[in-house]
Write a protein that binds this ligand. Structure first.
Ligand code: ADP
Ligand code: MG
Length: 318
């Protein structure tokens, strides 16, 4: 534990705003440099918006055994684990479905309005179509399948960036926030890391907003209200229902989860949006603290998520 004098650095990476907070302000530059290095490496390995990324080259090499870097292997492994844990609600083979829905460039470059597009419901290929060997670090992506690591990849980047910053600082504690995917490592402020659960990451910090406090692990938020766009008369968003390949028609507009890692929190938050009414039972079964905002605006709290004010949501390992 440490006194609450923190160092804070804001930036932008991976198509979202970033924040690094350290418990020892003198280590801020060291921590930020370590975080930047991890984010640049993840972008080069796993971005679907760069033709020169390893993921783009993998997607362009169908039906072939492709050797991948340790970092891309780690990201693919995390994505496949998420698929397995959620019965395929979170599934990295959503790539072409996300692209066909109109999210085909860094989100800042996706027009918020445009002419109607014709979308056809079609089950996504499914994660079991991917042949992955962790031991050999090889992958086969069948023709017609596009891997998308957008969900677990950003959360993995938070976990890895927090760990790298801690190592570079040689002590102290750090929080890394990538557009709502938050990981902490090392020592924590006196009352833990206070995290404001807002629907939009751009919401200013305020006493009126609810915070949870964590001392390890991560918190992730997924939702349909921030990354959305309109084509014709149809509102589209970035979370795909694997059963239809279309933006999911869900009862939750925002879900925030605390877990043992940011990857696990994000697997659960994305899955909850996809699962809809089945989500509370699934989250409870895994003992995960969660805050779900219904499309009617009502807020539902599970497994120790605090009712009001600052208190503690114990992170659980999925
Ligand atoms: P955010 O990017 O706001 O943190 P998520 O973590 O839920 O939100 O990730 C959403 C991203 O994951 C989408 O932009 C898309 O690239 C990808 N995605 C969409 N639907 C799914 C799904 N059902 N399973 C896995 N990844 C998905
Ligand atoms: Mg996320």
């Amino acid at each position: 534990m440490t006194a609450n004098v923190l160092g804070v650095a804001d930036g932008r990476a991976l198509g979202c705003s970033t924040r690094v907070i350290v418990t020892r302000p003198r280590s801020l530059a060291t921590a930020s440099a370590a975080v930047d290095e991890v984010l640049a490496a993840i972008d080069l390995a796993a971005s679907r918006f760069r033709d020169d990324s390893e993921l783009s080259r993998l997607n362009a090499s169908p039906d072939r055994v492709v050797g991948v870097s340790p970092l891309l292997a780690h990201a693919i492994e995390a994505a496949l684990r998420g698929a397995e844990l959620t019965g395929g609600a979170v599934d990295p083979t959503v790539g072409s479905a996300v692209r066909l829905a109109g999210y085909d460039a860094d989100f800042d470059a996706v027009p918020r309005e445009g002419a109607a597009i014709r979308l056809v419901a079609r089950r996504i290929p499914g994660w079991k179509a991917i042949q992955f060997s962790a031991a050999q670090r090889t992958v086969v992506v069948p023709g017609g399948v596009e891997l998308d690591l957008g969900a677990t990849g950003k959360a993995l980047a938070s976990d890895l960036a927090a760990a790298a910053a801690l190592q570079a600082m040689g002590g102290g504690g750090v929080l890394v926030n990538l557009g709502g995917d938050i990981a902490v490592a090392g020592e924590h402020p006196l009352d833990g890391w206070a995290i404001q659960a807002s629907e939009d990451g751009a919401t200013p910090l305020s006493d009126a907003e609810q915070t949870v406090s964590i001392t390890s692990g991560g918190v992730a938020t997924s939702g349909t209200t921030v990354r959305r766009w309109v084509r014709g008369a149809t509102v589209l968003h970035h979370i795909i229902d694997p059963a239809t390949g279309l933006p999911v028609d869900t009862c939750w507009r925002t879900v925030t989860v605390a877990a043992g890692t940011c990857v696990d929190a994000n697997i659960a938050s994305t899955a909850a949006v996809v699962m809809g009414e089945r989500a509370p039972a699934w989250l409870r079964a895994h003992g995960l603290a969660a805050r779900l905002v219904h499309v009617d605006g009502s807020v539902h709290r599970l497994a120790g998520w605090p009712e009001t004010g600052k208190s503690k949501a114990d992170p659980t390992i999925l």
